[in-house]
Design a protein around this ligand. Sequence first.
Ligand code: 5GP
Ligand code: ZN
Length: 117
Amino acid sequence: MAGRSDCIFCKIIAQEIPASIIYEDSHIIAFADINPVASEHLLIVPKEHIQSLADVSMDNCSLLGQIQVVAAQLAKETGVASSGFRLVCNCGINGGQTVDHLHYHLIGGRKLQWPPG
Ligand code: 5GP
Ligand code: ZN
């Protein structure tokens, strides 16, 4: 699967730059966030380059469902399922998205604030 040459997550998917990869299947990869905001902070990323959640269609239903199931599985494996965690997708400028390749943050290991800042 050819990634975008200007996309950092496509480069991680292509193993052109290193990441601490926790999970991988044919459609999804998960790796540790380089700048964790909690003791558990993974990024769950579709291998297909989709810019943001604003760009998905019904064709992506299966992929989006799989991401949630993988998130639940990784929450169990990293030990945060019972204490609780958050699955976050930042979208666009107001959403705080800084990498323009769809991704979900799996964050846990401490009590998180709500509402977000
Ligand atoms: P966003 O702000 O778009 O929701 O999240 C992007 C996330 O990607 C940030 O939490 C940031 O720390 C992480 N990130 C950015 N560049 C890299 C990288 O090269 N490697 C890894 N592992 N994470 C990255
Ligand atoms: Zn990409």
